[in-house]
Design a protein around this ligand. Sequence first.
Ligand SMILES: [Mg+2]
Length: 209
Amino acid sequence: MIPKTIVFDLGKVLLDFDYSIAARKLQPRCRISAEELLKIIDQSPLLYRFETNLMTTEQFFGEIQSKSGFLGDLAEFGEIFGNIFTPIEPMLQLHAALRARQMPAYIFSNTNHLAVRHIRMRYPFFQDFDGYILSCEHGVMKPDERLYEIVERYTGQNGSDLLYIDDRPENIATANRRGWQTVLHESPVGTIEAVQKVGLLNEQKTGRS
Ligand SMILES: [Mg+2]
C-alpha cells in the first residue's frame, strides 16, 4: 500500500550532527575540558530537559555556564551550539524528489529551540515541509507514544498511510506498534531503495489531490 504522507526524523537522517564540534569550539572559553563539555551537552540529562521543554533556552544556557564557566553570552553560545550539522545530500535529494511529486512531508524530531533556529536560518530545505512535530514544543520525546499521536493529529493520517524514516530502532518500534510503515535508516542507498519499494518514487502523483 502506497503511503500518503512521509515523516522524516531529522538528526542522522537529513542532517548529520556532531556535538564534539561544539565542545571543541566552546572549550577555549570554559574552565573544563572538551571531553567534559561533551558529557554535559550530548545525550545528557540536561539536554533531555531542554529538549522536552522542561527548561527555557535561558535556563539551559545558565546551567551550561555554571557547569563549564563559559565566558561568552547566549548569542555566542547559541551560534556554536547550533552549528554542528552537516547535510546528508542524497537524503535532501530524496526529500526534494518527493516534494516535486506533491508528497506531504513532516519533520518529527527530538530537538531543541537553539538547533531549530540555526537549522531554519541555514538550510532552505527545512522550510519545505507541511509541518513540524518537535519534542521541545510538546514536552515529550520519541519514542513516547504521545508524540506519535500528535504526528497522527497533525498529518491527519495514521497506520499504513504514514511512512516514517528514523535511524533509531526504538523510535521505529513505537511507529511499528501503531501500524505505520517504517524505514530504519542505516544508509541513504538503503532508505531510497525502501522508499522506491513502497511505490512512492514511481507514482506520478501521490497524496495530495
Ligand atoms: Mg535521528
